[in-house]
Design a protein around this ligand. Structure first.
Ligand SMILES: [Mg+2]
Length: 397
């Protein structure tokens, strides 16, 4: 492991709380300077939770690291398995917390790639997870025209989840009538869900799991029906998922995340495992078709690299295209997502990715990382300083 180089100026940002933008007064913070006669052919991808912020508090050194990169015009993107808000809202929040100018073109949340699934934009989809109707509004912002939440369905049909009382007032505050009723007399006029998207961590696991299970056992995604093919051993998969049930998408597989509590908390991956167990118990082990995006998947890293390439072009202009991006440093706190993703990623553009694990989040010193990073550093500030030195040694800057 390399010994981190000490920054010339140590400007602690601990406990800064809410801070105003003061970029004009920014000080240069690192010894290393990039030679400006050559466009840097490297860049960065940063995880957010556990790297730049922890819950709503900035992590010391995060402002310094990002400010330095912006001063030096070294491109970076933020790549998070978080979500639950629009990209615009999340960027605004983060910009205020970190006191650096950011824009949505350098920002990828776990559900951002759902925007590209245009085949569902005109269909009816169930959007699960997040606070209130925020994810519903995010999906609408992506172009989805008919977005239903579990809260909408529960408010219209409270009998669908007999233990929903504690959430009733919460749901009533935002629920809208579903586009169609549950009408089993006339299935074509009944509520039919074509795809299920888990955008963010489910808040009401019981209701959410019940509705997803209902739909995965239904006839063609018509809520309230039960496919007659279920359990038919003459059919593939014992008849399960053979009757036009909706596609199921998860935005990320994270089992754990680092919140403000001292122990890691269950993330969306926890719900996935719980639902898988439920599905196994109900179907006797039938295969569950599902798609999971987010880190560490190839698709999400590819999306991030494209953003990084576009951002680099924005900073340097088309001239940068003659000197392609050769190396990306992925700085993350989670070996399962950040490090595994960077280690396994096969860039279609030929770039090499270096995985950098920091000690400020999910991973704790003394544990064997489940996926070995290329290097470990104390925090994002030291990681950036090391990476710029590393790139310089490799002749990248
Ligand atoms: Mg993280």
């Amino acid at each position: 492991m390399a010994t981190p180089v000490t920054p010339v100026i140590r400007r602690s940002l601990a406990n800064t709380g809410r801070i105003r933008c003061r970029n004009l007064q920014r000080q240069r913070s690192f010894q290393t300077k990039v030679t400006q006669s050559k466009i840097p052919n490297f860049g960065f991808a940063f995880d957010i939770d556990g790297v730049l912020v922890r819950s709503s508090t900035p992590i010391p050194g995060a402002h310094k690291a990002l400010s330095y990169l912006q001063d030096e015009r070294i491109p970076f993107v933020l790549l998070t398995n978080g979500g639950g808000k629009s990209e615009e809202e999340r960027v605004r929040d983060l910009q205020e917390k970190l006191d650096v100018p950011l824009d949505t073109g350098m920002f990828l949340q776990s559900h951002t790639p759902f925007a590209n699934l245009k085949q569902y934009h005109d269909k009816t989809v169930l959007v699960v997870g997040g606070d209130h109707d925020k994810c519903q509004r995010v999906a609408q912002g992506y172009g989805y025209k008919n977005v239903v939440t579990p809260g909408d369905i529960y408010t219209a049909y409270p009998d669908i989840w007999p233990f929903g009382k504690p959430f009733e007032e919460v749901y009533k505050a935002f629920a809208k009538p579903p586009p169609k009723p549950i009408n089993l007399e006339s299935p074509p006029d009944s509520l039919k869900i074509d795809a299920i998207f888990v955008y963010n961590d489910p808040r009401d696991w019981g209701l959410d799991a019940s509705l997803i299970l209902d739909l995965m056992l239904s006839e063609q995604g018509i809520l309230g029906t039960l496919s007659k093919k279920n359990g038919d051993s003459s059919l593939p998969n014992n008849g399960y998922l053979q009757d036009g049930q909706p596609a199921l998408y998860y935005s990320n597989p994270d089992l754990w995340w680092a919140s403000s509590y001292h122990l890691n908390r269950l993330g969306q991956g926890g719900f996935q495992f719980a639902f898988d167990g439920l599905w196994n118990a109900v179907t006797g082990g039938a295969k569950l078709e599902k798609t999971t995006i987010g880190k560490p998947t190839q698709a999400t890293y590819e999306y991030a690299e494209n953003l990084l390439r576009q951002h680099r072009k924005k900073i340097w202009g088309p001239v940068g295209l003659n000197d392609p991006l050769k190396r990306v440093y992925m700085v993350g706190d989670n070996p399962e997502s950040d490090i595994q993703g960077a280690n396994n990623y096969q860039s279609p553009h030929g770039s090499d990715w270096t995985s950098v694990l920091v000690k400020t989040g999910v991973w704790k010193e003394g544990q064997e990382p489940s996926h070995k990073p290329d290097i470990i550093h104390e925090n994002v500030s030291e990681a950036v300083q090391w990476a710029v030195e590393d790139a310089r040694k490799r002749g990248s800057a």
